[in-house]
Design a binder for this molecule. Structure first.
Ligand SMILES: [Fe+2]
Ligand SMILES: [Fe+2]
Length: 289
């Protein structure tokens, strides 16, 4: 049993020669984590800035994790935009196949612990694939992995690396969130099954379309094939659909402009038991702006 608690307040009263120390300790009975799907460009960032502060307050959310691989114009991450999102209330950014699209990321990825990249990238690559974060006195591990089916990037076996990283994380905390950034539904479902008794959640990202297959396995983990995206709704993965069609039909290079119009804000909300890491409640989040 993990002994973790949060000290709500400590009051020191000095009356004459009498010193009275009153400490109120409240055991935390659950942890609420909001995970946002891939945030796409300026429309996605603005949606986060608009909705997240109120949502955190209303729902009493303890930690916010988001996939940030598309925050810079739809492809990659730059340091100023990353800090814009941290300032908006995101605690941890995960990433994926587009992590290296903007070369400015190399300035910060080794030092910024709140940003992680897939743990199964070949060894020697900058950055880290797992981070341990604190909310109150409770520790949460976040692991990022990249799928290999239909993803043309060199990377190690995500399943082998997942087991290694999870084993390391379990030495520190039972609360483990996995962002599995992958294309194939089958690969994501298989990862959920592999980790169902080990982690708190396996959350898929990368396809930018929220799936309706969220579940909690009886053993421990919540699972969803894809959390969706925060980005332009009438689009192809956030991009202008006309430009996407030009590229798909004619194979000619097209400027990757973001689509105009309304924005969808997708994610999942996880409630877990911080002493066992077991998922208690898991639901999809979807709003339009
Ligand atoms: Fe993405
Ligand atoms: Fe991706």
């Amino acid at each position: 049993m993990y002994k973790q608690c949060r000290i709500n307040n400590a009051v020191l009263e000095v009356t004459g020669y009498l010193i009275h120390l009153q400490i109120t300790v409240k055991l935390v009975d659950h942890l609420k984590i909001l995970f946002l799907g891939d945030i796409v460009g300026r429309p996605g960032r603005k949606a986060v800035q608009k909705l997240l502060p109120g949502m955190k307050e209303e729902q009493k959310i303890d930690m916010v994790i988001a996939n940030g691989e598309n925050i810079a114009g739809g492809f990659g991450i730059t340091p100023p935009l990353m800090y814009e999102l941290f300032n908006a209330g995101i605690d941890v950014l995960t990433s994926g196949n587009h992590i290296w699209n903007k070369k400015e990321i190399f300035q910060v990825i080794s030092a910024e612990e709140r940003l992680i990249r897939p743990a199964n990238f070949p060894s020697g690559i900058p950055g880290r694939g797992m981070g341990i974060y604190k909310t109150g006195n409770i520790q949460v591990a976040v692991i990022n992995l990249l799928g290999r089916v239909f993803v043309p990037l060199p990377c190690d076996c995500p399943f082998t690396v997942a087991l290694r990283e999870v084993e390391n994380a379990l030495k520190i905390t039972p609360n483990i969130i996995v962002d599995f950034h992958a294309e194939a539904t089958s690969e994501k479902l298989a990862m959920g099954w592999l980790l169902k008794d080990k982690v708190s959640a396996v959350i898929g990202t990368h396809t930018h379309v929220q799936t309706a297959d969220e579940r909690i396995y009886p053993q421990k983990a919540a699972y969803i094939t894809d959390a969706g995206m925060v980005g332009p709704y009438y689009s192809v993965l956030g991009l202008d659909p006309e430009k996407a069609l030009q590229k798909l039909i004619y194979g000619l290079p097209a400027s990757p402009d973001l689509a105009p119009g309304k924005v969808i804000f997708n994610g999942v909300l996880l409630k877990l038991d911080p002493y066992s890491g077991k998922a208690l409640e898991f639901s999809r989040v979807s709003h339009f702006i």
